[in-house]
Design a protein around this ligand. Structure first.
Ligand code: HEM
Length: 335
C-alpha cells in the first residue's frame, strides 16, 4: 500500500479532528446534565478568562499543566467532578496521602477571583478545574476539546474517600475495576493514563523498582524495565537518595502532549509500575499497542482524539447539576 505523504497525513488528521470536534460540540446536553455553552448568557467570557489565567501561570511555571490535569482526575474519582478536592480543613480529600503532592491550587483560586470579578456567583470551581485541565493539554501542544459545563460544587470532602483512587501499586485488574466503578472502560483507562505523557513523578513512587528485585535479575532491577534504561533511572534516583526528586513520566518528551508515552511502554521505559503493566498485562496490552506505530491502520487509535473523548467522559463522572450542590464563593470553602 502506498504510504500517505506527510502533507496528506496532516490533511487527514485535521479532517478527523474537525469531524470529531463537530460531533463533540453538537449542542446537545450530556446525559449527566452538563452542556456546551452553559454560561453563554450568564458568563460569556468564562473560557477565555480561565484560559488566560492558566496561560499566565504556565508561562512562569510550565509544570502547572501536568499538575492541573492530575488535579482534575483526582477530583473526578472522589465524589465526582465537584471540586471536593479544593476544600480545606482537617480530614478533607486534599489532606489525604494520595493528594499530598497535588499542585496548582493557586491557579484555580486565581481563575475564580477573576471570574467572580466578571460574573459573581455564576461559575463553579468544578467547571474551572475541568477547563483548566483541558487548557493544560492544549498548552502542552495537545489537541484540546470542547468541555460541556454546568457542574456544581460539592459540599462534602473526606480524606477516607480517596481510597477509590488508583494506586501505582495496583494490578491491572484493580485499575480496570476502579475505572469501571466510575463508568469508564479499559480503553478509557489506557487512554487516560496516557495523560502521563506530560509531567513527573517523585522517586519515592518507583525507585523500589530499581533496587528491590535481586532475586529476579542480576542487576536487582524490575525485569520489566529495559536494562539499558536502569542506569539512567538510577542516576536520577540513587538508592536511599532524595525520594522527592522528580523524574519525567514520559522519558524524552515530558513537556509535550504526544503519544510517545506508549512507545516508551513498548520499549520497557515506563516509569511507574502501574504504567508499565498496561503493556505487560495482556488485558490492556492490545489497547496500548494500538497507540504505537507510525501508521496505525484501521485498528489503530489516534491518542489525541481518544484522549479528548475519554476526558469528556471522565469530566462527567458523578457531576452535580441543576439544584444539587452550590456555586462556591471561594473554591477552598463551602458557602
Ligand atoms: C491507574 C491510574 C493512575 C495512577 C496509578 C497514577 C499515578 C500517578 C503517580 C504516582 C504520579 C506521580 C505523582 C507525583 O510524584 O507527584 C502521577 C502523576 C501524574 N498523573 Fe497519574 N495516575 C493514574 C492516572 C492518571 C490519569 C487518569 C491522569 C489524567 C487524565 C493522570 C495524570 C497525571 C499527571 C499529568 C501526572 C504528573 C503530575 C505532575 O507533574 O505534577 N494520571 N500519577
Amino acid at each position: 500500500m502506498k504510504k500517505p505523504s506527510p502533507s496528506n497525513l496532516i490533511l487527514i488528521n485535521s479532517l478527523t479532528v474537525t469531524l470529531i470536534l463537530t460531533l463533540l460540540s453538537t449542542p446537545t446536553a450530556q446525559p449527566q446534565g452538563t452542556s456546551l455553552g452553559f454560561y453563554a448568557r450568564t458568563c460569556p467570557n468564562v473560557e477565555s478568562i480561565v484560559r488566560a489565567t492558566v496561560q499566565s501561570h504556565f508561562q512562569s511555571d510550565p509544570t502547572v499543566a501536568p499538575a492541573l490535569l492530575r488535579m482534575h482526575f483526582h477530583d473526578c474519582f472522589v465524589q465526582g467532578c465537584d471540586a471536593s478536592i479544593l476544600l480545606e480543613g482537617p480530614n478533607t480529600e486534599k489532606s489525604a496521602f494520595p493528594n499530598r503532592l497535588l499542585r496548582g491550587f493557586d491557579v484555580i483560586d486565581d481563575a475564580k477571583k477573576r471570574l467572580e470579578a466578571a460574573c459573581a456567583g455564576i461559575v463553579s470551581c468544578a467547571d474551572i478545574i475541568a477547563l483548566a485541565a483541558r487548557d493544560s493539554v492544549s498548552l502542552t501542544r495537545g489537541l484540546g476539546w470542547p468541555v460541556p459545563l454546568g457542574r456544581r460544587d460539592g459540599t462534602v470532602s473526606l480524606a477516607l474517600d480517596t481510597n477509590n483512587l488508583p494506586a501505582f501499586t495496583d494490578s491491572i485488574q484493580v485499575q480496570v475495576q476502579k475505572f469501571a466503578d466510575k463508568g469508564l472502560n479499559a480503553q478509557d483507562l489506557v487512554t487516560l493514563v496516557g495523560g502521563h505523557t506530560i509531567g513527573t513523578a517523585a522517586c519515592q513512587f518507583f525507585s523500589y523498582r530499581l533496587y528491590n528485585f535481586s532475586t529476579s535479575t542480576p542487576t536487582g532491577a524490575d525485569p520489566t524495565i529495559d536494562p539499558a534504561f536502569v542506569p539512567q533511572l538510577r542516576a536520577l534516583c540513587p538508592q536511599n537518595g532524595d525520594g522527592s526528586r522528580r523524574v519525567g513520566l514520559d522519558t524524552g518528551s515530558q513537556d509535550t502532549f504526544d503519544d510517545s508515552f506508549f512507545t516508551n511502554l513498548r520499549n520497557g521505559r515506563g516509569v511507574l509500575d502501574s504504567d508499565q503493566k498496561l503493556w505487560t498485562d495482556p488485558a490492556t496490552r492490545d489497547i496500548a499497542q494500538r497507540f504505537t506505530g507510525p501508521i496505525r491502520g484501521l485498528l489503530g487509535l489516534r491518542f489525541s482524539l481518544e484522549f479528548s473523548r475519554s476526558m469528556v467522559k471522565m469530566s462527567n463522572v458523578g457531576v452535580k447539576t441543576g439544584s444539587q450542590g452550590e456555586i462556591r464563593k471561594v473554591c477552598t470553602a463551602v458557602n
